[in-house]
Design a binder for this molecule. Structure first.
Ligand code: RFL
Ligand code: PHB
Length: 392
C-alpha cells in the first residue's frame, strides 16, 4: 500500500473537479484529483456547449481563459421556433447586457487539464476502484488502485465531483441524503457534424414532431439535438433520417440545415435530480454528483462551476482563518441557487417538448404559454435572466 496525504482529495476530473483543483491551487490549498478514466476519454466526452458569463469570468480569473476568449462565440440572443415561426429573444437587451458564450465542455476540460499538468500538480488518471472511507472522522481517506498498486490518500476533506454515477454519493449511509427526482418520457438524440450551424444563434424549436435544438461548437461545427424516445435504438436513425428530421422540425426554415460529415451520435436521457444536503461529514458533493438538470436550459456545467466556486471559497477561508462557517453554509447556499435552476430547466423542458396524445390539454396550455412568452416582454425577460444565469 502506497500512502500519501493532501489537504483536499478530489474525486472526478470533470469540470467540477478540475475547476475546484485549479481555484484551490491559486490560493495555496493542496489537492489531488483522482479520475477513473484516461485523459483521452475525458477530453473527448461531448457534452455541454453554453457557458454563462460568470463561468467565463471564473475561467479567466483562474488563468484558463485565453483560448476561450479567442475561440468562444459570444451570443447576445437566441431563437425560439414555434411550429415553423422564428422569433429572436435578445438576451443582452433583456438583462442589461449579459450574454452567453458557446465553447465546448471538451475544450474547457482540455484547458484545465493542460493547466494542471503544466503546473506539475497531481492529477491521477485511471485511478481504479476509488473508495472513500472515514468520511465522518477528521481524517477521511481515499483508497484506489493505479497500475496494479494500491494507494491510500489521507485528506482533510473529500470533494465528490464524480458525476451522477460516481462513487462518493453512493458511498454514504442509507438515509443520509434526501433524494428528489423526476424523469421525462423522452431523451435527446445528439449529433455533432462538420457543417455550419443552422443559424448565427441557437434555435430552440417546438413542433408537432417534437423538440429540436440547433446549436454549434464553432462556425464550422454544428451540434444538433432531436427529441426522441428514452429507449431509442440508434440503428433506426441512419444519417439521412436524422438530417431529414432536423429539417422537418424547423418547418419552412428547414433549408437552414446544411449537412456535413457526422463525427458523433448519442442518446441522452433527461432527468431532474437533487440530493440534499450536499455535505456529509468531511465529504462535500459538487456538480452532477449532487444534481442533474435536463439540458434544455443549458445549466448543468454552469451549476457545477458555481458549486465549486462556493466550495473553494469555503475551503480557502478554512485554511486561511480556521473558520468552518463557509463549510457549514455550503450546502444551503448552493442548493438555494440550484433549485432555481432546476425550476427553470424543468420549465423549459416542459414547455418545448411534446408529451404525446394523453396530454392533449397540457399540450394546448404549453402552446398558449409559448405564444404568451413570445408576445410579452415581461415573460421574455424572465426567460432571459434565467438563461444567462441568475446572480451568484
Ligand atoms: P462530470 O462531467 O460527469 O465529471 C465527473 C467525473 O468523475 C469521473 N468519475 C470518477 N472518478 C473516479 N472514481 C469514480 N468512481 C468516478 N466516477 C466518475 C468521471 O469519469 C468524470 O470525469 O460531472 P461535473 O464535473 O459535475 O460536470 C457536470 C457537467 O458535465 C454536466 O452538468 C453538463 O455536461 C450538462 N450539460 C450542459 N450543461 C451546461 O451548462 N450547458 C449545456 O449546454 C449543457 N449541455 C449537458 C449538455 C449534458 C449533456 N449530456 C450528455 C448529459 C448536453 C448534453 C447532451
Ligand atoms: C449544446 O450545444 O450542446 C447545448 C446547447 C444548449 C442547450 C443544451 C446543449 O440547452
Amino acid at each position: 500500500m502506497r500512502k500519501s496525504r493532501t489537504q483536499v482529495g478530489i474525486v472526478g476530473a470533470g469540470p467540477a473537479g478540475l475547476v475546484l483543483a485549479q481555484r484551490l491551487a491559486r490560493h495555496g490549498v493542496e489537492s489531488v484529483v483522482l479520475e477513473r478514466r484516461d485523459r483521452a476519454y475525458v477530453e473527448a466526452r461531448i457534452r455541454a456547449g453554453v457557458l454563462e458569463q460568470h463561468t467565463v469570468e471564473l475561467l479567466a480569473e483562474l488563468g484558463v481563459g485565453a483560448r476561450l476568449k479567442r475561440e468562444g462565440l459570444v451570443h447576445e440572443g437566441l431563437e425560439i421556433c414555434l411550429d415553423g415561426e422564428r422569433s429572436r429573444l435578445d438576451l443582452a437587451a433583456a438583462t442589461g447586457g449579459k450574454r452567453v458564450t458557446v465553447y465546448g465542455q471538451t475544450e474547457v476540460t482540455k484547458d484545465l487539464i493542460a493547466a494542471r499538468l503544466a503546473a506539475g500538480l497531481p492529477l491521477v488518471f485511471e485511478a481504479e476502484e476509488v473508495r472513500p472511507l472515514d468520511l465522518d472522522g477528521e481524517r477521511p481517506r481515499l483508497l484506489y488502485r493505479k497500475e496494479g498498486v494500491e494507494h491510500e490518500l489521507t485528506c482533510d476533506f473529500v470533494a465528490g465531483c464524480d458525476g451522477f454515477h460516481g462513487v462518493c454519493r453512493a458511498s454514504l449511509p442509507e438515509g443520509a441524503l434526501s433524494l428528489f427526482e423526476r424523469s421525462y418520457p423522452f431523451a435527446w438524440l445528439g449529433v455533432l457534424a462538420e457543417a455550419p450551424p443552422a443559424g448565427e444563434e441557437l434555435i430552440y424549436a417546438r413542433s408537432a414532431r417534437g423538440f429540436a435544438l440547433y446549436s454549434m461548437r464553432s462556425p464550422t461545427v454544428a451540434r444538433h439535438y432531436l427529441q426522441c424516445r428514452p429507449d431509442e435504438d440508434l440503428a433506426q436513425w441512419p444519417l439521412p433520417r436524422i438530417w431529414d428530421e432536423l429539417r422537418r422540425r424547423l418547418g419552412r426554415h428547414g433549408d437552414l440545415i446544411v449537412e456535413g460529415p457526422v463525427t458523433d451520435v448519442s442518446v441522452t436521457p433527461m432527468r431532474s435530480f437533487v440530493a440534499e444536503p450536499m455535505r456529509h461529514g468531511r465529504l462535500f458533493l459538487a456538480g452532477d454528483a449532487a444534481h442533474i438538470v435536463p439540458p434544455t436550459g443549458a445549466k448543468g456545467l454552469n451549476l457545477a462551476v458555481v458549486d465549486v466556486r462556493y466550495l473553494s471559497d469555503a475551503l480557502i477561508e478554512f485554511y486561511e482563518s480556521g473558520s468552518q462557517a463557509g463549510l457549514e453554509a455550503y450546502s444551503d447556499k448552493a442548493l438555494a441557487r440550484i433549485w432555481k435552476a432546476q425550476r427553470f430547466s424543468w420549465w423549459m423542458t416542459s414547455l418545448l417538448h411534446t408529451f404525446g396524445p394523453e396530454q392533449a390539454f397540457e399540450d394546448r396550455i404549453r402552446q398558449a404559454e409559448l405564444s404568451y412568452l413570445l408576445s410579452s416582454e415581461a415573460a421574455r425577460t424572465a426567460l432571459a435572466e434565467n438563461y444567462v444565469g441568475l446572480p451568484l
